[in-house]
Design a protein around this ligand. Structure first.
Ligand code: SDX
Length: 424
């Protein structure tokens, strides 16, 4: 629980003083509890939640000025290079890294839930083959709520825990199938003898005609690290969406589908796909200067740059760039888009327009280049993000449901018509 500091903020309104309690967490800014402002007949006003802490959480801490990202206290670069994605999932869900036994048990438990009810595979047929895979994911993940509803009691901690396992386990299957469906290949079923990332790449790229398909271990390792780098990120737009949907007591699978919907936007998880499209449009290093002028004229944004919280380097972008170099070197790929991205970064980091606005590369800037090297098509980039972020979303859902919570119900500043009568 947060600590009451004993300190108070004093707000003077209409000649009256309102004392507002201040709470401290273990890291980060103190918060001012503003609920008593209501008694004065006022609302607080914070469009875009620029200065609003929506909840108390123990899962992830971000320091945007110092470029720090901790999951349950562990720095993201250590998790990405010293732990597997499933170990990070265990950490996010349970609060501690697993022991060897706990890790083995968790891996077995996840592997036993990678299949989906066979009826789920039929939902894909309702989509056009050229449907965006994120549209498919919104549909099929939401559809899981039809398979786990009547016998799901979200007040029962065991039901909540198996829901988390089911989602972490099934999301790669549904994600791979959203790709297979769009390329007209038969669905490939999960295998229990492969690691989490290997299994996903196997379901993505194996075909019945190639029974001996083997996943390149370099790609599996890079995929696992990319999953870890996307696992959770505090109260971002999609996580806040999951929490708000969850605050009504809605079915957790439907809440995750809401998170997928929110993530899809190009300002959020859709940025990784938008970065590759931007690099394609720029074409070559010679066109960078002209493109940057368009950015400064606000005709376009430099996708993969900027962040609501990070006003320094996104620590994930650093690990992503390092992984990018490793994967391209291991595969012997000299991707001109990497050179183009590095030139964009070089210019942005020295140009006053970006420096003044503290715009640095974020998690999405380099991820697309690695995903392309792994063979993932651009339209699947945000699906990969959603796959990896599912554990973060459900960890926040679990945290909210593990104690008392209220339905989220913001108010507004109304500037519309005053009351008037219909005159016929
Ligand atoms: C993710 O919240 C999270 O934690 C998200 C995420 C996660 O893991 O969940 O980290 C994942 O979503 C990363 C962000 C991916 N999005 C992009 O890369 C899209 C490009 N970035 C921007 O759209 C923007 O930077 C946001 C949306 C990320 C942040 O927007 P803010 O905090 O609302 O900032 P802003 O729009 O008010 O920008 C401040 C200034 C403005 O200029 P001025 O009006 O002051 O002159 O910076 C400019 C903006 O125009 N600006 C950019 C820019 N981002 C901000 N200018 C050019 N290119 C950009 N990318």
């Amino acid at each position: 629980m947060s600590e009451a500091t004993g300190k108070k903020a004093v707000l003077e309104l209409d000649g009256k003083k309102i004392e507002l309690p201040i709470y401290s967490g273990t890291l980060g800014p103190d918060v001012v509890d503003v609920k008593d402002v209501l008694a004065s007949g006022h609302f607080t006003f914070d469009p875009g939640f620029m200065a609003t802490a929506s909840c108390e959480s123990k899962i992830t801490f971000i320091d945007g000025d110092k470029g720090i990202l901790l999951h349950r206290g562990y720095p993201i670069d250590q998790l990405a290079t010293q732990a597997s994605y499933l170990e990070t999932c265990y950490l996010l869900l349970n609060g501690e890294l697993p022991t060897a036994t706990q890790k083995a048990d968790f891996e077995v438990k996840v592997s036993q839930h990678t299949m989906v009810h066979d009826q789920v595979s039929r939902f894909y047929n309702g989509f056009r083959r050229d449907a965006h895979p994120m549209a498919i994911m919104v549909g099929v993940v939401g559809a899981l709520s039809a398979f786990y509803h009547n016998n799901l009691d979200i007040e029962d901690v065991n039901h909540r825990e198996i829901t988390a396992i089911r989602l972490v386990a099934k999301i790669p299957t549904l994600a791979a199938w959203s790709y297979k469906y769009t390329v007209g290949q038969p669905f490939v079923y999960p295998r229990n003898d492969l690691s989490y990332a290997e299994n996903f790449l196997y379901m993505m790229f194996a075909t019945p005609a190639d029974r001996d398909y083997k996943v390149n271990p370099v790609l599996a390792k890079a995929m696992d690290r990319i999953f870890t780098l996307h696992a959770d990120h505090e109260q971002n737009a999609s996580t806040s969406t999951v929490r708000l949907a969850g605050s009504t007591g809605a079915n957790p699978y439907a809440c995750i589908a809401a998170g997928i919907s929110a993530l899809w936007g190009p300002a959020h998880g859709g940025a990784n796909e938008a970065v590759l499209k931007m690099l394609d449009e720029i074409g070559s290093v010679e066109n960078v200067a002209e493109f940057m002028e368009k950015v400064k004229r606000k005709e376009v944004k430099l996708m993969g740059f900027g962040h609501r919280v990070y006003k320094n380097f996104d620590p994930r972008a650093k690990v992503m760039k390092q992984t990018c170099d490793e994967v391209l070197a291991a595969l012997g790929i000299n991707d001109p888009q990497l050179q183009l991205a590095m030139e964009l970064e070089r210019i942005a980091l020295s140009d006053p327009y970006f420096v003044e606005r503290k715009l640095y590369p974020n998690v999405d800037f380099y991820s697309g280049i690695i995903l392309k090297a792994i063979g993932i098509p651009t339209e699947m980039f945000t699906v990969i993000f959603a796959l990896a972020r599912t554990v973060g979303w459900i960890s926040h859902w679990l945290e909210m449901h593990s104690g008392p919570y209220k339905i989220g119900r913001p108010r507004q500043l109304y500037t519309g018509e005053t009351q008037r009568d219909i005159k016929r």
